[in-house]
Design a protein around this ligand. Structure first.
Ligand SMILES: O=C(O)CCC(=O)C1=CC=C[C@@H](O)[C@@H]1C(=O)O
Ligand SMILES: [Mg+2]
Length: 332
């Protein structure tokens, strides 16, 4: 990676926000994020709070890439996005989809801890009903199933015509086995955690364990690194969010805009899962798409959503530790 800016240069403008969410998503109802300004503009460092420093290092590299290095030229000026449906009850689906105007594709969370397959089926059925036969429905299990449970679930969900099943199982060998077992159902397998949390993000593609790969700019070390990775996989790519504020979402949009091919709608509509944001015009989908361009936080919103002082201190300490790890791994 490129030289890392001094810690003081990053810390000088750093702010920490806590954005309230509309519904619980991946176990949280408030999203904390650190924002700071580099020569290219504002950028975001927001590894989930339970991630250790090692995992957070790639997120900091991603934040620095977007703040300190010119982004690659876009080849499109808007990016189509999907609605993201948390693990809500089926009768709440219509209200969730209303927050994603014009989106023809929906990603539905399934295999949530404590929920049953019957609840997943009911939720996916409600999404298919709402989108109609032309809509595209994908599901994301976040590695919540073993191979047998995944096979049963994909069998039960396939009648709703799935675009793909994202990270049904945790490991690459499990994904490979499931992919063979469900080949007759014609439901492609997408890899997410097997890309962004792996030591080798290309291993899942090389093992032939996925048909599609999901990439996220911040967790994978930034726009330039992801473009390099995706060039090498040869698989179709879906750019998705890391549940970022509109600052980080704009980074994802910029990555998606630079992809030579973009066959799938991107999972970047997640500003609609927040009740507030740091920019005056949050990056929420309009007519199913997001515009390409940088976002600047509004000072009043940085104040309104400022995290409590103890949380600011926690993030500054985390930044210091993670910066030290990153600086030690970078060329002088
Ligand atoms: O892909 C989408 O529709 C939205 C982004 C999204 O689902 C996620 C963002 C951040 C963390 C993850 O748990 C989750 C995912 O697994 O893809
Ligand atoms: Mg996922």
């Amino acid at each position: 990676m490129d030289a890392v800016p001094e810690l003081g240069e990053i810390a000088r403008t750093a702010r920490v926000v806590a954005l309230p969410m509309v519904t619980r998503f991946r176990g949280i109802t408030v999203r904390e994020a650190m924002l700071f300004e580099g020569p290219e503009g504002w950028t975001e460092f927001s590894p989930f709070v339970e991630y250790d420093d090692r995992e957070a290092t790639a997120w900091l590299a991603g934040a620095i890439d977007y703040g300190w290095r010119a982004a690659p030229e876009p080849v499109r000026d808007t990016v189509p996005v999907n609605a993201t449906v948390p693990a809500v009850d089926a009768d709440e689906v219509a209200a969730v989809l209303e927050r994603f105007p014009g989106c023809r594709t929906a990603k539905v969370k399934v295999a949530d801890p404590g929920q049953t397959l019957a609840q997943d089926v009911a939720r996916v059925a409600a999404v298919r009903e709402a989108l109609g036969p032309e809509g595209r429905v994908r599901v994301d299990a976040n590695a919540g199933w073993g191979v047998d449970a995944a096979e049963r679930a994909v069998h039960a969900l396939a009648p709703f015509d799935l675009e793909y099943v994202e990270q049904p199982c945790a490991s690459v060998p499990e994904l490979a086995e499931l992919r063979e077992r469900i080949a007759y159902l014609d439901v492609p397998v997408a890899a997410d955690e097997s890309v962004r949390k792996a030591d080798d993000p290309l291993a899942v593609a090389e093992a032939g364990a996925a048909d599609v790969i999901v990439v996220k700019a911040q967790p994978l070390g930034g726009i330039h690194r992801v473009l390099d990775l995706t060039r090498r996989t040869g698989l179709p790519v879906v750019v998705s969010s890391a549940l970022d504020t509109s600052i980080g979402l704009a980074m994802g949009v910029r990555l998606a805009a630079a992809m030579p091919e973009l066959p799938y709608d991107c999972g970047l509509g997640t500003a609609s899962l927040f009740t507030g944001d740091v920019v005056d015009a949050p990056l929420r989908p309009v007519a199913g798409a997001l515009p390409v361009g940088r976002c600047r936080p509004a000072p009043t919103l940085l104040d309104r959503y400022a995290a409590p002082p103890a949380r600011f201190d926690w993030w500054m300490e985390r930044l210091g530790r993670v910066h030290a790890v990153l600086a030690a791994s970078a060329p002088a």
